[in-house]
Write a protein that binds this ligand. Structure first.
Ligand code: FAD
Length: 585
């Protein structure tokens, strides 16, 4: 990679740091010099300011497009340290500088986009270092750029997996999943990615690497005696937790899934008083998981795993009357299913109309069996009526399906049944996974837009919420195939929008207000697993009080006093949504 074109740019006025919070333009001159400083500091990886790379890094899977000024591809953790030290040392002279980590770039909220420096952790940091088992728990130690699928393949040899796998596991990396605190179907039983983090190697604002893991009060008192950035951060985070203990616990979103804000409520396993008495522990990996690269850069991680469940049972529950949807979900939840997923009528109709979509995704034998099964389900089992929603519920082998079926049928899911045919099982999962891509088939000239795609409501409100959202889609005359994690009350709505149109910015703004208000009316959150990024950071005041936002800002400042890590995400929004929108579909 090479070469710089920045030297030809006119010198912009240097902006004061306070101005940067609201000013989308950042001075370019610092980036030119930084290349020389990085090499002088011994940075061994790739550095580029070439337009084609800047363009390639200017989009992710979100609705935004923001051109960076430089791309770094660190060779190892030492390179990441060098980059942080150089940027930190130049920040007073060049306040425009910052470092935004990017992994596979599949994020939907714009977390990895910046107008300053992108630090790409996938290009070289993609090695699996160790898989070992102690006291029955298998852990894996790996670089942030390891693709999720590669990790999964290696773990499968040991009969284990990381159960928070996202639907994007074929395309995302493990580092991005930790930094976003990603989640997926099995999160219903097993939680978010943060729940599986054993320890992290993290480069902090002083350009040094620290090991972050769960600690006891005794370990805490020893650590804070040291003279380093981590000791200072630990002490100040503890003061913050102590001073605002009640506010922090009250602010915790009530939904089971959430990636909005910083998870301060999860740092201590008990109260501050309990921690001081040695009765609970402190775990800063809880803050790093889901922090979107705003408080430091993860250079290595160790994750816990769990045995892969074999011989599971799938229940399929077609819902023809939305008024029973919530009752069905709440009837199934006490049986602790591994997952409880959903897709809507439009998804199924699109699958029926486009069987060829599945052909390249399956072997030819299973493709024909699955398609036959899809038509049989529609024509014979459902008598040519498409259900409003279909719930897919996976039980482990220790759970007897009969009482679960009885409870679901009593709650109104009268057509619930066990799916015994493996082709039909495959058919249902193919359709569930395809919902997002099937949306595109309605109009290939538009883009399924990610900005309403992460709302969660308590499962008790799921049916009413879904019906209201359908009405809102009609109001705005847009269509979206819907899928989601029904057990968590979590819906993914991706309306088809045309980003070449000038009016799309206004539409996004209006729809976001209306849809988010609807989620909040149902005591939900606007951010279940895809994190805040550019799209949701400006809306966090809908979820959190002014005081809580100030606590988040204070926390970010403790970790990142010069605002060098991914500014504008999670706190202090600085990207204008309309101006930052992509212009291509
Ligand atoms: C079709 C599709 C389906 C999806 N399904 C799901 C789903 O089911 N569940 C889900 O949770 N998400 C889902 N996503 C969103 C996304 O794929 C996941 O959140 C994924 O885990 C992000 O990984 P990534 O490697 O692409 O990270 P990136 O997008 O590159 O980065 C994500 C964030 O992490 C930060 N970051 C990256 N690396 C580091 C690091 N080393 N240190 C510190 N910060 C870092 C970045 O700055 C950014 O803010 C989906 C996306 C698509 C396109």
């Amino acid at each position: 990679m090479k070469e710089s074109s920045l030297g030809k740019e006119p010198t912009a006025r240097f902006l004061r740091r306070e101005e940067l919070r609201v000013h989308p333009e950042r001075s370019r001159i610092g980036h030119e010099l930084i290349e020389q400083r990085l090499r002088a500091a011994g940075f061994r990886g790739g550095i580029s300011t070439e337009q084609k790379y800047l363009k390639a890094y200017s989009t992710d899977e979100s609705i935004f497009s923001i051109k960076p000024q430089m791309i770094l591809q660190p060779r190892d953790g030492a390179d990441v340290e060098r980059a942080v030290r150089v940027v930190a040392s130049e920040i007073d002279r060049f306040p425009a500088l910052s470092l935004t980590p990017r992994a596979a770039g599949t994020g939907l909220s714009g977390g990895s986009l910046t107008d300053s420096i992108v630090i790409d952790v996938c290009s070289h940091l993609h090695h699996i270092h160790d898989i070992s088992t102690h006291r029955g728990v298998t852990t894996i130690t790996l670089d942030p750029g390891v693709p999720w699928r590669a990790m999964e393949r290696r773990l499968k040899e040991h009969g284990v997996y990381v159960p928070s796998y996202p639907a994007s596991k074929d395309i995302c990396s493990i580092g991005g999943a930790v930094a976003n605190n990603a989640a997926g179907p099995d999160t219903l039983r097993y939680g978010h990615t943060a729940d599986w983090v054993e320890s992290l190697e993290v480069v902090l604002h002083d350009g040094k690497t620290y090991t972050i893991k769960q600690i006891t009060h005794k370990e805490y008192t020893n650590l804070i005696k040291r003279h380093n950035a981590y000791a200072d951060i630990l002490k100040r985070v503890m003061e913050l937790l102590e001073e605002h203990e009640t506010s922090i616990h009250r602010a915790r979103p009530k939904t089971k899934k959430n990636t909005a804000g910083y998870a301060l409520w999860d740092v201590l396993s008990g109260s501050v008083a309990d921690f001081k008495k040695g009765k609970s522990t402190m775990d800063m990996t809880r803050l790093f998981s889901g922090s979107q690269g705003t408080i430091g850069i993860i250079t290595q991680m160790t994750l816990r795993t769990i045995a892969i469940s074999k011989h599971t049972t799938l229940l399929a529950v077609p819902i023809f009357d939305l008024s029973v949807a919530s009752h069905v979900v709440t009837a199934a939840l006490p049986y602790n299913p591994i997952n409880l997923e959903l897709f809507d009528a439009l998804t199924f109709e699109l699958a029926l109309k486009n069987p060829g979509f599945f052909k390249p995704r399956m072997t030819s034998a299973s493709y024909y069996h699955a398609i036959l099964s899809m038509y049989t389900t529609y024509h014979v089992r459902w008598l040519r009526r498409t259900p409003e929603l279909v719930f897919l519920i996976t039980l482990d082998r220790t759970t007897n399906p009969e009482p679960v079926l009885a409870a679901i049928r009593k709650a109104g899911g009268t057509r619930a049944r066990v799916v015994t045919n493996t082709d039909e099982v495959e058919m249902f999962w193919q359709i569930r996974r395809a919902s997002f891509s099937l949306t595109k088939l309605m109009d290939q000239s538009k883009r399924p837009a990610a900005f309403l795609e992460d709302m969660v409501v308590p499962p008790e409100d799921l049916g009413k919420f879904f019906a209201e959202i359908q009405r809102l889609f009609k109001k705005y005359s847009v269509r979206a195939a819907v899928h989601g994690h029904g057990g968590n009350g979590h819906f993914h709505f991706y309306p088809l929008l045309d980003f070449t149109k000038k009016t799309t910015g206004d539409l996004v703004t209006k729809m976001a207000e209306d849809f988010y208000d609807t989620a909040l009316k149902h005591h939900g959150t606007i951010c279940g697993e895809h994190n805040d990024g550019i799209i949701r950071t400006p809306h966090l005041d809908k979820l959190f009080s002014k005081k809580m936002l100030a606590i988040f800002a204070e926390l970010e400042h403790i970790f990142d006093p010069d605002d060098i890590f991914n500014p504008g995400k999670k706190v202090n929004p600085r990207f204008d949504i309309k101006q930052s929108l992509r212009h291509e579909n």
